[in-house]
Structure formats: C-alpha cells, structure tokens
Design a protein around this ligand. Structure first.
Ligand code: BYC
Length: 315
C-alpha cells in the first residue's frame, strides 16, 4: 500500500474513533487493533462456553423445579453469548475452529474464574451474584466499545447477564432467610468466590499490558482497577443487606475517596490460574475436548448431507 494512502486510512480510522463512530468489519483498521479485538473477543467467547461447566454441574441437582428451569435457561443463555461472540470474532477474519483449538491447547485464554469448583448449591447463588455481577460491570461499558459487531452483541448479552445476576442474588437472599446451616453455606460460597471474582477484572493497572492501548482505541472504556472498584462499591452493600460478611479484614469505607478500600489480591494465585494451574483447568479443558470429540459425528453427518444435496442439485 502506498504510504500516503496508509496515512489517509489511519487518519480516517482515528477520526472515527474521535467522533465515536463505530468501526465496522469492512472498514480499514490497523492490524494491531484487529489482533487485539480477536484476542479479547475470542477469550470472551471461550469464557462463556467454559463458564457453562461449573453451573451445568448443578442442573440435575437444583433443589426444585423452578430453580432447575431458571438455571437451565441461564446456562443456555451462556451458550448463546458464546455464539454471538464467535460470530463477532469471525467478522474480523478469524477462524472459529482455529480459535477453539487454541483454547484447547492452552494458547488462548478464558476467564480465570471458571477454574474454581462449584461445591454446593450456594455456589449457584455466589456465581450468579458475584461472577455475573462482575461480568456486567465489565460488559456494560463494552456496549460502547469501538468495534460495531462486538458492541451490538454486548447489548443483548448485558440484558441477559442482568437477569443472571438477579437470579444469583435471589438464591443468596433465600438462603440467608433459611436455617443456620443454609446461612453458613451461603457465607462459605461467598468466602470462596469473593477473591476470584475480584480477579476477573484482570491484573492491576500497573501490570496490565493491554489496557492503555485498548483505551486509546476505545475498545476498553475503563481500566481494570476502575471496574474492580466499581464492583466492590456496588457489591458490599448488597452483602450487608442480607447479613453476609465480605471475607476481607481490610475492607473499609473511605470517606475521603468516596469508595471502599479493600485488601491486596493474591496475584500469585491469579497468575497460577491464568497459566493453567488452577484447581479445575485440566478438568475444564478435558470436558471441552470430550464435547468436541462426542459431537464430531454430528458435524460429519451435516457435512455429508450438505455434500449430497450439492451433488444432487448439480446432477
Ligand atoms: N482470566 O493487559 P490485560 C463471562 C489476561 S465473564 C484470564 O489487563 P486486557 C461469564 C489477559 O488476557 C468473563 N486471563 O488484558 C460470566 C492478558 O493475557 P494475553 C469473560 C486474564 O485484555 C458469567 C493478560 O492477562 N469476560 O464470560 O486489556 C457466566 C494481561 O491482562 C484475566 C470477558 O472476557 C482473567 N480474569 O483486559 C458465564 C470480558 N484478566 O491475552 C460467562 C472482555 C486478564 O496478553 N474482556 N487476563 O495473553 C475484557 O474486558 C478484558 O480482556 C479483560 C482483560 C478485562 C478480561
């Protein structure tokens, strides 16, 4: 490409960003912008699909029909979110097959949170309340992300995430109105999921490799630490309202800042989980690989059918 052409294209791209006009699939975009989007959207899609596993684990054990129907709907929504996001990623020229294979080999990441086990029914409450709550905090600003197909997918996803968060909080509210044993179960779930939920927002700003560039490109609208703080500020009063205690001895309202101060995250644990050594990483990938193998005959049958139809049409 001629140099002056490239400069013109770059200028047009930057002008669009400046004016908050969405970048669309056929628009020119810098290679690094495309690469960053493919990385983030695919990681997001993989998170939705792997995110079905810890909750899918409880569908057959939900305590009643209503809880079962709601949980089933939530897990199905997550499959849908994965589909929208893979489609958004494909508009950037990336291959869904290859991207999924990259997740299976550990080359592509998915959210650290889904590498923790769901041990009791209260975990369905904690996951909905905290994990979906953190997801909404992170994802609402993504409805204004600069890449059109990603932003549009996020609008629908956020509406559903909001229902997910409420179903989780409602489970926690119900348990906190129950027996001492149920209250203890809810507190235990909060104890186990609180810190991993804070880790979902990613490394602290000082250690985040991509944030500044992604903010310049208006892919991210807030830094990791800003969103984490917003989540803590919104969630602490919800815990207090129903009698739960946040497992952080350093948690304190800071009048001057107008925010809660909170304790240091165990970043060693975060990086261990991100690099594949969390409690359930191996199990999650093995489950996804088995699903791929088990579904192979369906894909092969569909391809054979399509070929047969094509041949019939041609003859
Ligand atoms: N887990 O420079 P940074 C959901 C990686 S919700 C694993 O700050 P960035 C759901 C990061 O990829 C969860 N890896 O990166 C909810 C990078 O590594 P690479 C999914 C993480 O991209 C309920 C490195 O650390 N949500 O799906 O600017 C039910 C440095 O980080 C994590 C999304 O994906 C982590 N927690 O910011 C079911 C939202 N954090 O790629 C499903 C969209 C960081 O250089 N994504 N890393 O090897 C984002 O908003 C951003 O990508 C992040 C990270 C805030 C997550």
């Amino acid at each position: 490409m001629k140099e002056h052409n490239l400069a013109d294209l770059e200028a047009a791209f930057n002008e669009k960003l400046k004016q908050d006009i969405r970048i669309e699939p056929k628009d020119w975009m810098p290679d690094a912008y495309r690469k960053t989007l493919i990385r983030q959207i695919s990681q997001h899609a993989h998170s939705e699909i792997v995110g079905m596993l810890p909750e899918g684990n409880w569908i057959t054990r939900a305590p009643n029909l209503r809880r079962k129907a709601v949980l089933l709907a939530k897990v199905q929504d997550e499959a849908g979110h994965g589909q929208y996001l893979y489609s958004a990623m494909e508009t950037l020229g990336a291959s869904r097959e290859e991207s999924i294979d990259d997740m299976h080999t550990g080359k592509a990441k998915y959210s650290s949170i889904f590498n923790y086990p769901t041990l009791t029914w209260a975990d369905m409450g904690a996951v909905g309340w905290l994990v979906d709550g953190a997801a909404i905090m992170n994802q609402v600003p993504l409805c204004r992300t600069s890449y059109g197909p990603y932003a549009r997918a996020m609008v629908r996803i956020c509406k559903e995430e909001s229902f997910h968060q409420r179903q989780g909080y409602e489970i926690m509210c119900t348990l906190m109105k129950g027996s001492e044993e149920q209250k203890a179960m809810a507190q235990d779930a909060l104890n186990r999921f609180w810190w991993p939920a804070l880790m979902m927002f990613g490394p602290s700003d000082a250690d985040s490799t991509h944030t500044q560039q992604s903010i310049d490109w208006k892919i991210k609208r807030h830094t990791n630490d800003e969103l984490r703080q917003m989540f803590v500020d919104a969630t602490v009063p919800q815990a207090e309202l129903i009698g739960l205690t946040i497992p952080d001895k350093d948690l304190k309202w800071n009048e001057e800042r107008g925010h809660y101060d909170f304790g240091e995250i165990n970043w060693d644990e975060f990086w261990q989980v991100v690099s594949g050594n969390g409690p359930c990483n191996a199990e999650r990938i093995a489950t996804r690989l088995k699903a791929k193998e088990d579904g192979m005959w369906v894909r092969e049958a569909a391809m054979a059918h399509a070929e047969k139809k094509k041949a019939k049409k041609a003859s």
